[in-house]
Design a binder for this molecule. Structure first.
Ligand SMILES: NC(=O)c1ccc[n+]([C@@H]2O[C@H](COP(=O)([O-])OP(=O)(O)OC[C@H]3O[C@@H](n4cnc5c(N)ncnc54)[C@H](OP(=O)(O)O)[C@@H]3O)[C@@H](O)[C@H]2O)c1
Length: 238
């Protein structure tokens, strides 16, 4: 896909990987609708980006809000070419220590919110004359189960299944579906956990470059799944 002038929806635009992807897309000349709840962070990105960035204060777990926003903003004459389902949260700990609320928040954000947006974007993309692309940001936690991340694992394994099914369902409609499985990325994701970010983690800008590469592949060329990891994942001083 040639990115200049295309329209993208990116969730989780206020921080980390989503913020990096928005910046890379804007630099390519893409018009970006960036969704998140943090108004201040989205406005800061708007100041940097100018008219090509549209801040959208939206909680993706609110199905009515998602439906109303897509219905209000998009129609046959204004179709998103790209949907990046990036927003996600993780609560870690022993299975007996994960609260019901944490479990529900992870499922709502990492799975249901993605479904709410995707089910509204797909009918529009099916009408498009252009190739379209949906990219879902999973995690290596969508490939490998590990102690103390069972809930997060469940959502990211679920996202892998959702992505594979969609890729097979939508390929004949000229809609690409890709899922990315990153290892640890140095973002604020870890701020509320015991895990310390360090410089051997993947850098969000580098993961964003990979996303740009996926998007820029020729129309009949699909990278359906990609795993990216730090070569040496240990902290430099360990
Ligand atoms: N960091 C890692 O090591 C790593 C590794 C593999 C995969 N991932 C995945 O990468 C994605 C991005 O994570 P990150 O590392 O960039 O973390 P981050 O810096 O914490 O960013 C998470 C983003 O999700 C948004 N978000 C959360 N709940 C939302 C909701 N209900 N509605 C709308 N937006 C919501 C947040 O915005 P607001 O709070 O402003 O709403 C924020 O912009 C996630 O899916 C994560 O699971 C991360």
């Amino acid at each position: 896909m040639y990115l200049t002038g295309k329209i993208a929806i990116v969730t989780g635009a206020s921080s980390g990987l989503g913020l990096s992807m928005c910046k890379k897309l804007i630099e390519k000349g893409t018009i970006v609708y960036g969704l998140a709840r943090n108004k201040t962070a989205l406005e800061k990105l708007r100041e940097w980006a100018g008219d090509r960035f549209h801040p959208v204060i939206l909680d993706i777990t609110n199905s009515d809000a998602v439906t109303n926003w897509v219905d209000m903003k998009f129609h046959a004459g204004n179709i998103p070419d790209i949907l990046i389902n990036n927003a996600g949260i993780g609560y870690f700990g022993k299975v007996e220590d994960i609260s019901l609320e944490q479990w529900d928040r992870m499922l709502q954000t990492n799975l249901s919110g993605i479904f709410y947006l995707t089910r509204k974007a797909v009918p529009l993309m099916k009408q498009s004359q252009n190739s379209s692309h949906i990219i879902n940001i999973a995690s290596v936690a969508g490939l490998v189960g590990n102690p103390q991340i069972s809930g997060y694992n469940a959502t990211k394994f679920g996202l892998r299944g959702f992505s594979e099914a969609l890729f097979k369902e939508l390929r004949y409609d000229n809609i690409k579906v890709s899922v990315i499985f990153p290892g640890s990325v140095a973002t604020p994701f870890f701020d509320k956990t015991d895990i310390q970010s360090h410089k051997n983690m993947l850098q969000p800008e580098d993961v964003a470059d990979t996303v740009i590469h996926l998007l820029e592949t020729p129309d009949n060329f699909l990278i359906s799944e990609i795993t990216v990891r730090p070569l040496n994942p240990n902290a430099p001083d360990s």
